[in-house]
Design a protein around this ligand. Structure first.
Ligand SMILES: NC(=O)c1ccc[n+]([C@@H]2O[C@H](COP(=O)([O-])OP(=O)(O)OC[C@H]3O[C@@H](n4cnc5c(N)ncnc54)[C@H](OP(=O)(O)O)[C@@H]3O)[C@@H](O)[C@H]2O)c1
Length: 344
């Protein structure tokens, strides 16, 4: 008899979304036999993204409740449907952030399949996906490391190699030391780019330097950090900004970019101090491109590149899965450097 024929399994469900949020409960679900093209995974690890805070606070649209949270996970294949060709029992896999976005351009339909947002996500002992949603995990990565990739790392891949064509010798500006920005530093360095990285903490700045950031700026002690970026680039500005602050940093990011530079608009971490003035976008012919994670094909390309360079995600802390609230509080504190992970 197969594992799926007998078992119930544990999931964690988000039950409320509002300003105080973070109300999760453990629940049991019955295992179902996979359809012909489906794969059942025993989840081993999941990771948090800032998005998970937005979801539990009710800032991510109307998510269905109860919701199994978290887009990012990795696990082992324990059963396959009779027509599955790509995977076998024992394979190490991870689902794409939007299981229906296989390749090409996104559309509204694939956006509605985003895990842990509009459909159930990865904070569960077992999960069933269509084989087309899954990618194989590179051998040199642990489950905890692989669980860091689907949202933050794929977003960076899309931002710098799909939405932009980063070339060796170009200069990239990264903001802060969260999951997205640390992947941006690692991938930009691997591509031979120069990186200027900011942080609010001198301790974290020391780590950015160890990781190969060419220049660093403390954006708390240097609030006009855009001027410093211009000084560091002989007054020219950077080629690419990996923009995670949104309304609160966009104007300075635009000022930090060169004429004809590119802003990959990714995040919403910071609140604006004054109304946004878009004039520099036109005066400098800046290309501002919104990025929403990426396709399964991008995830596979990312994995090939990570494996080639043996890049490992930077994990700040691993919590047991049942400590979802502690883990999300840690993310919210902003004390982390890189990724916060949950382990089953
Ligand atoms: N569009 C997409 O597809 C996509 C995908 C992934 C993430 N995102 C978005 O991207 C953003 C980053 O996500 P994440 O998961 O990497 O977040 P995260 O890990 O929670 O990042 C937190 C870090 O951001 C830095 N930060 C906060 N305010 C800042 C500011 N005003 N200026 C510069 N840095 C600041 C801080 O770094 P220091 O402590 O070093 O100062 C903080 O520790 C979020 O808004 C998220 O929603 C979007």
């Amino acid at each position: 008899m197969t594992e799926t024929a007998t078992k119930t399994y544990k999931v964690y469900e988000l039950t409320r979304t509002d300003a105080s949020g973070k109300e999760y409960r453990a629940a049991e679900r019955s295992m179902e036999k996979p359809h012909p093209h489906q794969v059942v995974i025993k989840m081993k690890a999941a990771s948090l993204n800032f998005r998970d805070l937005l979801v539990c606070r009710g800032l991510y649209g109307n998510v269905p409740l109860p919701l199994v949270p978290l887009s990012d996970g990795a696990g082992e294949v324990i059963e396959i449907g009779e027509r599955v060709k790509k995977f076998k029992v024992g394979d190490r896999v991870s689902p794409a952030f939007m299981p229906d976005w296989i390749s090409g351009a996104p559309n509204a339909e694939v956006g509605r399949t985003a895990l842990g947002g509009f459909v159930d996500g990865c904070l569960r002992e077992y999960a069933t996906f269509s084989e087309s949603a899954l990618v194989k995990i590179p051998d040199y990565l642990s489950y905890e490391e692989a669980a860091c990739l689907p949202c933050a790392a794929v977003t960076v891949w899309n931002a710098i190699f799909e939405g932009y064509n980063l070339k060796p010798g170009q200069t990239v500006l990264t903001l802060g030391t969260g999951g997205v920005s640390i992947f941006a530093l690692q991938l930009a360095r691997a591509a031979g780019a120069k990186v200027i990285a900011t942080s609010s903490s001198d301790e974290k700045i020391a780590r950015l330097k160890e990781m190969g950031a060419h220049h660093t700026i403390n954006y708390k002690t240097t609030p006009k950090w855009d001027k410093e970026v211009l000084d560091l680039t002989d007054g020219n500005g950077v080629d690419l900004v990996v923009e995670v602050g949104g309304a609160g940093t966009l104007e300075r990011s635009i000022k930090s970019a060169r004429v004809g530079g590119h802003i990959a608009l990714i995040g919403v971490l910071a609140q604006p101090e004054s109304p946004f003035n878009p004039v520099s976008i036109l005066m400098k012919s800046i290309d501002v491109q919104g990025v929403f994670v990426g396709s399964r094909a991008m995830y596979e390309e990312l994995n090939r590149s990570l494996a080639l360079h043996k890049i490992k995600p930077v994990i700040d802390k691993v919590f047991p899965a049942e400590q979802i609230v502690e883990a999300i509080n840690h993310l919210e504190s902003g004390k982390h450097f890189g990724k916060v992970v949950l382990k089953f």
